[in-house]
Design a protein around this ligand. Structure first.
Ligand SMILES: [Cu+2]
Length: 389
């Protein structure tokens, strides 16, 4: 165990210059102070770290770790440093709407801005992406990735489920991999790189005929919006984005929709937004402001991390950030809050209890109490203004 204690093995990997070497080298310490280890928060740690860096050909990666560990990291290396090196991820293309009957072939970029990689949030990422999309014969899937760090394996359902990447139908190794869907039925994709499948780099879609009598595309399972009438349970504290925190997410808005996807939010639950003070804020907004990213129209803005918001009303709740472009780049969260108790006891006027006495007695700090009350008062004012204007 002496070796485990002797931190000190440092591997310096020079990124092969794709086209040219550059004058200004940057040294990136992978994970920064975290170092190179099994990250406490799972794979999101390094994908997030990498997404926030700008890698240029000629840069150096430093992996600090205790001897005996090895793992993987995928990074994007741009060729040469240009004046327009942008650290911020591009806004993902708007997700395609779903017209019902036969329509022109559609080209889908898998994962949109996220691309094709081990997704930060696990397997739910691509399931979320595919959710509500209609795939028809004639459509094309485009898989964007960094060559040499990913591939696209077309696999059977069995191989998809077991992540047995020795059994592949075909493997495409060059990005962008374009696959035109030529047959109806279920199609399965993953990556043959070790661990990638089990970490969630998997896509399953159902392809319907492009024409014919069966013109009803069947969008899959339980929708995000339907409340799950689960029996009441103790209040839950959710850290928004988990290890990602609250920021402009590397993969665009899919990050927070993915995070929220299968969670059940109930009255009495608390959201915690973690961020670096002065770089983000938490704006409670209306659906309209959420959709248009009009951050001039906010219900309330909270600026000190960690922001804790206890959910006191059922229904849809929307959050974003007022910093310029943060909303447009995907820093937005929409959740649906269900009643903590059966609806019969809760239908009349759940929202604006004058004091903090919700249906669930909650212990909270005075700061939190202030937030909640501010939210109530402001929202109530807006409702009043709405009805009397
Ligand atoms: Cu922000």
């Amino acid at each position: 165990m002496a070796t485990r204690l002797s931190l000190g093995a440092i591997i310096v990997v020079a990124i092969a210059a794709v086209l040219q070497t550059t004058l200004a080298q940057t040294t990136h310490v992978v994970g920064d102070s975290l170092g190179w280890l099994v990250p406490p928060g799972g794979p999101i740690a390094y994908s997030t770290w990498a997404a926030l860096q700008t890698f240029t050909a000629g840069d150096i990666l430093v992996f600090d770790f205790t001897t005996g560990q090895e793992d993987k990291l995928a990074i994007s290396v741009t060729a040469g440093s240009g004046p327009t090196a942008s650290p911020a991820p591009p806004p993902p293309p708007p997700s395609s709407p779903v017209p019902a009957p036969p329509r022109a072939p559609v080209t889908y970029v898998v994962g949109d801005g996220l691309g094709w990689l081990v997704p930060p949030g696990g397997a739910i990422a691509y399931a979320t992406w595919a959710f509500r999309k209609t795939f028809m014969v004639g459509d094309t899937l485009v898989f964007n990735f960094v060559n040499g760090t990913q591939d696209v394996a077309v696999v059977t359902k069995s191989a998809y489920e077991t992540c047995d990447t020795n059994i592949t139908i075909t493997v495409l190794t060059t990005s962008p991999a374009k696959i035109t869907l030529t047959t109806t039925g279920e199609h399965y994709f993953t990556s043959t790189y070790p661990g990638h499948c089990t970490f969630g780099q998997q896509l399953a879609i159902n392809v319907t005929a492009s024409s014919g009598p069966t013109a009803s595309p069947a969008p899959p399972p339980p929708p995000h919006s339907s409340p799950v009438p689960a029996p009441p349970r103790a209040p839950v504290t959710y850290v928004v984005g988990d290890g990602l925190g609250w920021l402009v997410p590397p993969g665009g808005p899919i990050a927070y929709s993915t995070w929220a996807f299968k969670k059940t939010f109930m009255v009495g639950d608390t959201l915690v937004f973690d961020f670096v003070n002065g770089t983000q804020d938490v704006a409670v907004v209306t659906k309209s402001a959420y959709e248009t990213c009009d951050t001039n129209a906010t219900i309330t803005v909270l600026t000190t991390s960690p922001v804790k918001i206890t959910l006191t009303t059922a229904g849809e709740h929307y959050f974003t950030c007022t910093y310029p472009r943060h909303c447009a780049l995907g820093q937005k969260l929409a959740i649906n809050v269900t009643a903590a108790t059966p609806p019969t006891s809760y239908t009349s006027s759940p929202a604006f209890a004058p004091t903090a006495g919700g249906p669930a007695p909650l212990p909270f700090s005075s700061a939190l109490y202030r937030s909640v009350v501010t939210f109530h008062v402001t929202f109530f004012s807006i409702v009043i203004a709405f009805f009397f204007s």
